[in-house]
Write a protein that binds this ligand. Structure first.
Ligand SMILES: C[S@@+](CC[C@H](N)C(=O)[O-])C[C@H]1O[C@@H](n2cnc3c(N)ncnc32)[C@H](O)[C@@H]1O
Length: 385
């Protein structure tokens, strides 16, 4: 789709052309704009950037054509996007998104945030960053400072310790009576094509399914991928956010199981996830989601919490924010003594009707809805984990 090559001093004029064309197309040049003075300053600054070891300046090539400019700084604490401009001819083809996804993946792998600044008079760029899950952390002059930390947060949540304990071979979510009907149904729905698992984790479903059909994965936690790799070395897995990352190839099935769409905490990200599924599918392809139905009727009057499990050694307490459709599952593990260990997982729950609407927004039509993998028609109902 695009290629990055380090900029050379001889690229300075070309980078000025691209930057000017992009800014002009956005209608963001002041009426008294002095092109000659701007060009001289820009070229000088570009030569300084090329010589500066603290920053990387690239030419974005599409086909054989140099058509964009990208400047990135890599510090021990962050990946910083210092500027991206694409020629108007190549805008709206997903190239900006793909470059940002690649930087998100780099930040995820390094365990640091991705930071950038956006001019407040550039609403198009701001919309793209919002869609990709950036949040505003500060204001500076005419700019907003934005940050993307989902990779860091998910790696904290799904860290090496959690990943190592995730698999429970033969029992719980790894029991044959859970895995076999899931794999049978997914293989049937793939109808002979290739499957892509969003948030493949340690390959609980992806690995057994890959014995039947080709499977790829997208996953944000590198610790979960490391765990998958102890069992399988062949399934291609892209490190990235299922709401935006791109896996190579076309698929007849994208699936997202074990309530994991609720790990995306905003409606925008959940819609982006549907759109991302659609982007990967060939015509007629299917997107399968496994998700619990919210049980707000279980909330006691005036108390925004339910006890999901209370058994020796384990209590699950879910606390609700019904305005934002958030539920935090608090997992208390304890032994004989008075000490307990607490782990928390935040979710955004989704109503069945809202799922249908998200599907519609992304161009899907609902084919069927079942309570379980064997095809029971009544609605599913099991809590988050
Ligand atoms: C409950 S596990 C499910 C793993 C696997 N699908 C399974 O069924 O066992 C949730 C997984 O979602 C991953 N995850 C959470 N948010 C994600 C995101 N935005 N993009 C990709 N993976 C994500 C976590 O790292 C974790 O591996």
């Amino acid at each position: 789709m695009y290629r990055l090559r380090p900029a050379k001093p001889s690229d300075a004029e070309l980078l000025a052309d691209v930057t000017l064309a992009a800014t002009r197309a956005q209608g963001r040049l002041a009426p008294d704009f002095d092109e000659l003075a701007w060009r001289n300053g820009f070229v000088e600054w570009t030569l300084e950037s090329i010589a500066d070891p603290a920053t990387d300046l690239y030419v974005v090539e599409v086909g054989d054509r140099p058509a964009g400019r990208l400047r990135v700084s890599r510090t021990p604490d962050a990946v910083e996007l210092n500027g991206i401009q694409l020629h108007p001819d190549i805008q709206n083809h997903g190239i900006g998104t793909a470059i940002l996804n690649a930087l998100q993946d780099e930040a995820t792998r390094r365990g640091v945030p991705l930071q950038l600044r956006v001019e407040r008079d550039n609403p198009n760029a701001r919309r793209l960053y919002d869609r990709l899950g950036f949040t505003r952390t500060a204001e500076a002059d005419t700019e907003d400072v934005l940050q993307w930390t989902k990779g860091v947060e998910q790696n904290r949540l799904w860290n090496a310790e959690v990943a190592e304990k995730y698999d429970t071979p033969g029992t719980g979510m790894f029991a044959p009576e859970v895995i076999e009907p899931t794999v049978d149904r997914l293989a049937e729905l793939a109808a002979g094509g290739r499957a892509l698992e969003f948030a493949i984790g340690t390959g609980r479903v992806g690995i057994p399914l890959s014995k039947r059909i080709p499977v790829s994965g997208i996953e944000l936690s590198t610790a979960m991928i490391d765990q998958l790799r102890t069992k399988d070395e062949t399934i291609p897995v892209v490190v990235g956010d299922m709401a935006s990352a791109q896996a190579p190839g076309e698929f007849s099935l994208v699936y997202l199981v074990f309530n994991t769409i609720s790990n995306l905490l905003t409606q925008e990200e959940q819609v982006a996830c549907f759109r991302n599924a659609a982007r990967h599918l060939s015509p007629g392809g299917r997107f399968v989601i496994e998700l619990w139905v919210p049980e707000l009727r279980r909330l006691p009057p005036g108390i925004p919490a339910t006890v999901g499990v209370a058994e020796p050694g384990y209590i699950l307490l879910d606390t609700y924010d019904v305005l934002n459709q958030h539920v935090v599952s608090h997992h208390f593990h304890f032994g004989e003594g008075t000490e307990a260990q607490l782990g928390r997982t935040p979710h955004r729950y989704i109503w069945p009707a809202e799922l249908d609407l998200m599907a519609q927004i992304a161009g899907f039509t609902r084919e069927s809805r079942h309570a379980d993998w064997s095809g029971d028609r009544s609605p599913p109902n099991h809590p988050p984990t």
